[in-house]
Design a protein around this ligand. Structure first.
Ligand code: ADP
Length: 256
């Protein structure tokens, strides 16, 4: 295959992925709405049907996440992923992610909490994408931590070479990751052997998270010890008022 043909094939593949994922969303949304409507009056159902309903709802959620990940992957591959940073309160971003996964943590018997160390300045972040990264890290932490474990989300001001950045971290007391697997957990379609082998997943979440963080001018990393737990953390630049970032030359008369 010539280089030109291979670029065309790649473009076609990306367009097909974008088209298919887009087309899959509408029927999935309709299935989900129907199931949610039934869920609203589930007390009328026998216990085994209620259980089936919950399984169906969980699976529509998994399918939705998978479609979203494939769509993000195809945008990233095509270089079409855009982020829209605005000044945001980092605590509010972390609180939104924690709140959305608190029911799952409760259900799994995991103690989940948010800890914020002031002072914590505003960050320049795309709120939707940043919450998506936090939710990715948090759902992994909940997935790889057994009942009775602890998951902490922390937000603090970066120090030393991280000055000028906010530091977000998600720590768990789960199975941890072997040192040899650490360098590849952020690669697309990569799953570490130290993770519980039967866990569902695609190996897309961390690779997409890394791209989202880097597109926003931050860095992501992980520290882990098998059997003890993992800490995934990322930085985002602190918001600096526009005048400070890009000082407008004042007119000579004003400077005098
Ligand atoms: P997925 O979770 O869909 O497999 P990810 O990209 O989110 O994909 O994660 C890649 C791999 O990294 C996981 O399959 C798992 O092996 C490992 N991993 C991620 N987060 C954790 C964690 N908190 N504890 C242990 N292993 C983890």
């Amino acid at each position: 295959m010539t280089e030109e043909v291979s670029v065309m094939a790649e473009n076609l593949e990306q367009k097909t992925a974008a088209y298919l994922t887009h087309e899959l969303r509408a029927p999935l949304t309709s299935i989900r709405c129907a199931l949610e409507t039934i869920k609203d009056c589930e007390e009328r159902l026998p216990a085994d049907e209620r259980q089936m309903l919950d399984i169906a709802l969980r699976n529509t959620e998994r399918l939705k996440n998978l479609i979203d990940d494939i769509l993000d992957l195809s945008k990233l591959q095509a270089g079409r992923m855009r982020v829209f940073p605005v000044p945001c309160d980092p605590r509010a971003l972390a609180a939104e992610a924690v709140e959305s996964l608190s029911p799952l943590a409760r259900k799994k018997g995991i103690d989940l909490a948010l800890e914020v160390s002031p002072p914590c300045a505003a960050v320049d972040a795309d709120p939707r994408r940043t919450v998506q990264v936090l939710i990715n890290l948090l759902s992994n932490a909940l997935k790889f931590t057994p009942a009775g474990g602890r998951v902490r989300v922390r937000v603090e001001a970066g120090k030393g070479d991280r000055a000028g950045y906010a530091l977000f971290s998600v720590s768990d007391t789960g199975c941890g990751i072997a040192a040899g697997d650490l360098p590849r957990v952020f690669r697309f379609f990569s799953q570490a052997a130290a993770g519980e082998r039967r866990m569902e997943g695609t190996g897309l979440g961390l690779a997409i998270s890394r791209s989202m963080v880097e597109l926003q001018g931050g860095e992501i990393g992980v520290e882990s010890e098998p059997g003890k737990g993992s800490t995934f953390s990322f930085t985002l630049p602190t918001h600096i008022a526009l005048e400070e970032k890009d000082p407008q030359p004042r007119p000579a008369a004003e400077r005098a």
